[in-house]
Design a protein around this ligand. Structure first.
Ligand SMILES: O=C(O)CC[SeH]
Length: 408
């Protein structure tokens, strides 16, 4: 069996397991307790916060631990709604349907569901207006000018993922942020447009630096970079530069921003994984790029024009580990049928959290024809993937398709 679904989730790095185990044994005290065991737990958390901050070029105080990406994304979007109502009072005299009484969000049409469905909910509940800017089918990415053109007087947040989980295409988040920050806002318009990116798929594969990006918020998702299933948000100078409003209320942990007795061992694991990324992301990038490119070379060598790659654009950058490929040579073969018949290939047809028996909405969004999207596989390699693994999978795919040909 060859695991090639690292965009869905990654195993814990051995060093991460060791740190978690040690923390379970030695740092089980309540971090809020003032005795030795509590202090030990607090130290572990403090180190992890530093490691996560260093990984993304943030200040230690900008990092707030969460349960994962979904919580982080939901929280950040909710904060923008609250910030709007706290700071942008519109006199809607008598007209309760006045659009400017609601905040406006701008995002792409290829976001993860923990962004998309929250904004859908805001829209259907009348909480906010949303513009889903379609990505360009020539790049697989949103165009900065299209994002800027969608800005309204009531725009309160722009959120665009840093890299797409199915195509791997990197999005122009830095350009968006720097251009938005240079805009002059007028009277009757929101004074500030908050900027967020979901960095789930990018961290650990490419270099991620919050200052280079220019974001106010960023979502960190541990289980995409060999950490446990826990996460964090970056909020720039929370409560001062970036608004921060708690979603939860309780015992005061995380400076009251995100209360709840801390999950010390998982936080320790997140920190260690962040340290590994900080130390090695260049090496990880090079290795995954070599293996992914080898995979695509072997697919072409063995299947020629019976395969086509989705999300591979001359003018767009892709994550180094992601390959989205459609098998167009065989009549009406579906991606999930390939996976069912080639059990050695542990990959997916798209996001793990999406149904696997339908064409990917992401591929359709970037202009892939439905028939081609039906036969797509999302293959994502990892730090340990070797060329021998690729050779083994290619061989199994060749056997499957040869057998299928003989049956037709
Ligand atoms: O499989 C993916 O792309 C994300 C699942 Se959270």
């Amino acid at each position: 069996m060859v695991y090639l679904d690292y965009n869905a989730t990654t195993p814990l790095a051995p060093e991460v397991i060791d740190v978690i185990t040690e923390s379970l044994r030695e740092a089980w005290g309540n971090p809020s307790s003032s005795h030795e065991l509590g202090c030990k737990a607090k130290e572990v958390i403090s180190l992890a916060r530093t490691q996560v901050a260093n990984m993304i070029g943030a200040n230690i105080s900008d990092i707030i631990f969460t349960s994962g990406g979904t919580e982080g994304n939901n929280w950040i979007l909710q904060m923008a709604v609250k910030y709007y109502h706290e700071t942008f009072k519109i006199e809607c005299i008598g007209d309760t349907n006045n659009k400017t009484s609601r905040p406006h969000f701008i995002t792409s049409n290829i976001e993860h569901d923990s962004i998309k469905l929250v904004l859908d909910h805001f829209q259907s509940e009348g909480i906010a207006d949303v513009t889903f800017v379609p990505v360009r089918t020539t790049t697989g990415a949103v165009d900065v000018q299209d994002i800027l053109a969608a800005i309204r007087p009531s725009t309160i947040m722009i959120t665009v993922m840093l890299a797409n989980n199915e195509t791997g295409v990197l999005q122009p988040v830095s350009d968006i942020c720097h251009q938005v920050k240079s805009l002059k806002r007028n009277i009757g318009e929101t004074k500030r447009i908050l900027l967020h990116t979901d960095a789930a798929q990018a961290i650990g594969k490419v270099s991620v630096n919050v200052e280079d990006l220019g974001v106010d918020y960023l979502t960190v998702v541990g289980h995409k970079f060999y950490a446990p299933r826990i996460g964090a948000i970056f909020a720039k100078n929370p409560g001062q530069t970036s608004p921060i409003y708690p979603l939860l209320f309780g015992g005061g942990q995380e400076r009251n921003f995100r209360p709840g007795t801390e999950n010390t061992p998982m936080i320790a694991g997140l920190g260690k994984a962040a340290q590994l990324v900080f130390d090695n992301v260049g090496m990880y990038h090079s290795h995954m790029l070599e293996i992914r490119n080898y995979l695509e070379l072997k697919l072409i060598e063995n299947f020629q024009d019976s395969v086509c790659f989705n999300g591979k654009f001359q003018c767009s950058e892709r994550l180094p580990n992601t390959c989205n490929v459609s098998f167009i040579g065989s009549k009406s073969i579906k991606g999930h049928e390939i996976l069912s018949n080639v059990p050695s290939l542990q990959a997916s047809v798209g996001a793990a959290c999406h149904a696997q028996n339908r064409p990917s909405s992401i591929l359709l969004a970037i202009g892939v024809p439905e028939a081609v999207a039906w036969s797509a596989l999302r293959i994502s390699v990892g730090r340990e993937t070797r060329k021998e693994d690729i050779d083994s999978v290619i061989q199994d795919l060749v056997v499957f398709f040869n057998q299928r040909k003989s049956l037709v």
